[in-house]
Ligand binder design. Structure first.
Ligand SMILES: [Zn+2]
Length: 495
């Protein structure tokens, strides 16, 4: 058994179990960031919501002057501890005064369960030539680290570099994948997150995921907002870390599942939530000593992040992650934009998505965003293998699903027998040949509106026939004449 076991899947998202020496992390999981120099939120509070934390080993290294420390004792934490290598400090201050091998070994020495190699991160504004140098240096460091892997009682994370330079990103993902690290990571440039440019971050994730080894767990650095979590999970991210719960708390920003609310902007008597924070009247919160309030908001933020992850897990089990993304996409235009754009990558998503779920469920379709989801594409692909049994097609709009049990079908079948191939018109799937009508999810869905692509695909499909008849559907000329039956009985005259 490997270190990561996948338990359930939906789209590219998965529920998994990551085995560390201190216990199992149930994924998708978030590691709250804890500052070893000043722990603002006590461990007991963190523990109510999360079984794992991440801290900065470079701070500990500096604090202890490279000496022997036990990270769990230091943090008063007995769950799983992940350590970062100080790469973020490079990003902010340009350099850290420690050797990359040394800081990796140090993470092991202090008892970290998951360590990260010291990469050379860069922001998305980095010029190409220096980005290239940093990617190459990180690959060199990773290669050197592989020699240490077997001696370390710690899972090691290899960060995939490249940011918005997709060629570098793909190269980094491919080359690192060949080195066999137990965990991979992608950085999410903090500036992008702060500017709510979720679509850019998600595209980076998607590109990295497409180029890397698929089954390995993927960590997304620094993306700790309930808005981005389900999208990142749907693309295949398993692990997150974030200091957002406390950073937001410090300036009175309250995370909600679909947005961020500033305490200053809260107008009602109470906040729209039921955590400890939110049971206190807003007026009292405003008058409270700052530190006390910060702690309460931080705890609320942790609770909301946990709730979001629980929702995501439930959605994966149900197989309704896509529906959840559609609902969530309305919360911010950049998410909506991303979801629509995902149609470009749907072949990839379709390949990751399990074809059937343990418990088949009804799907909801919306004309604007649902064409990006995997099921229509899967149907169009399946259609390519269907050989029409007749050169005559009758396109029908049936009143009930499954279409082949509708009264229209039974009636028409009596009249035309095998002379004519009956095709149902479906607003999402386009052409549904009679023999496929009961294939999941062709009859287990509820659609609002119709997709343009479904019509286009239907017209294309009709090119296979010499004679086309329709009943209840308007179809313009598709290369050849289309005869519309004015009443269902007229079907008997199709010779
Ligand atoms: Zn609350």
């Amino acid at each position: 058994m490997g270190v990561f076991e996948i338990v359930a899947k939906d789209l590219g998202g998965r529920i998994g179990r990551l085995y560390t020496k201190s216990g199992v992390v149930e994924t998708p999981a978030l590691f709250p960031v804890v500052d070893p120099r000043k722990q603002e939120v006590p461990s007991e509070v963190l523990k109510r919501y999360f079984g794992q934390v991440i801290t900065n080993s470079y701070f500990i290294y500096r604090l202890a002057k490279g000496g022997d420390v036990n990270v769990k004792r230091l943090l008063k934490w007995d769950g799983v501890v992940m350590t970062d290598s100080g790469a973020y400090q490079i990003l902010r201050y340009g350099t850290v005064d420690v050797d990359p091998d040394e800081i990796l070994l140090y993470q092991h020495k202090i008892g970290s369960d998951i360590g990260v190699i010291l990469d050379l991160p860069f922001d998305y504004e980095e010029p190409y030539h220096s980005a290239l140098l940093k990617v190459e240096e990180t690959l060199r460091r990773a290669r050197r680290a592989t020699r240490l892997l077997k001696d370390l009682d710690m899972l090691v994370v290899a960060p995939i570099q490249g940011a918005t330079y997709l060629d570098l990103l793909r190269r980094s993902a491919r080359e690192l994948s060949q080195m066999g690290f137990p965990i991979y990571a992608v950085g999410s440039p903090t500036t992008l997150l702060e500017e709510y440019r979720f679509d850019t971050i998600l595209e980076i994730v998607l590109e990295a995921k497409m180029a890397m080894v698929r089954d390995a767990p993927l960590h997304l650095f620094g993306a700790g907002h309930p808005l981005i979590l389900p999208f990142a999970v749907a693309l295949g991210v398993d692990l997150f870390d974030s200091a957002s719960y406390i950073l937001y708390a410090r300036d009175g920003r309250i995370m909600l599942r679909d947005r961020t609310l500033r305490l200053d902007d809260a107008k009602s008597e109470y906040l729209p939530c039921s955590t400890k924070l939110c049971q206190t009247p807003v007026k009292e919160l405003r008058e409270m000593p700052r530190e006390e309030r910060t702690l309460l908001i931080a705890e609320h933020n942790l609770a909301v992040l946990r709730e979001e992850l629980m929702e995501i897990r439930q959605r994966i089990h149900e197989g309704t992650l896509w529906e959840y993304l559609e609902a969530k996409a309305r919360a911010h235009p950049s998410l909506y934009r991303f979801l629509k754009k995902l149609s470009k990558f749907r072949r990839y998503i379709e390949a990751l998505d399990p074809e059937t779920h343990p418990k088949p469920h009804g799907l909801f379709f919306y004309h604007d965003t649902s064409p990006s989801r995997p099921e229509p594409l899967r149907h169009f692909t399946r259609l390519e293998n269907v050989d029409p049994p007749s050169k005559k097609a009758l396109v029908v709009k049936a009143s009930t699903k499954p279409y082949n049990r509708s009264w229209e079908y039974r009636y028409l079948k009596e009249l035309v027998g095998e002379r004519v191939h009956i095709i149902f018109y479906d607003p999402v799937f386009g052409a549904v040949p009679e023999e496929l009508a009961e294939v999941y999810p062709l009859s287990q869905n509820e659609a609002e509106g119709e997709s343009e692509e479904a019509r286009a695909r239907l017209y294309e499909w009709l090119n296979r026939y010499d004679e086309i008849y329709t009943y209840g559907v308007d179809i313009p000329l598709v290369g050849k004449a289309v005869r519309r039956l004015s009443s269902i009985e007229d079907a008997r005259y199709i010779a």
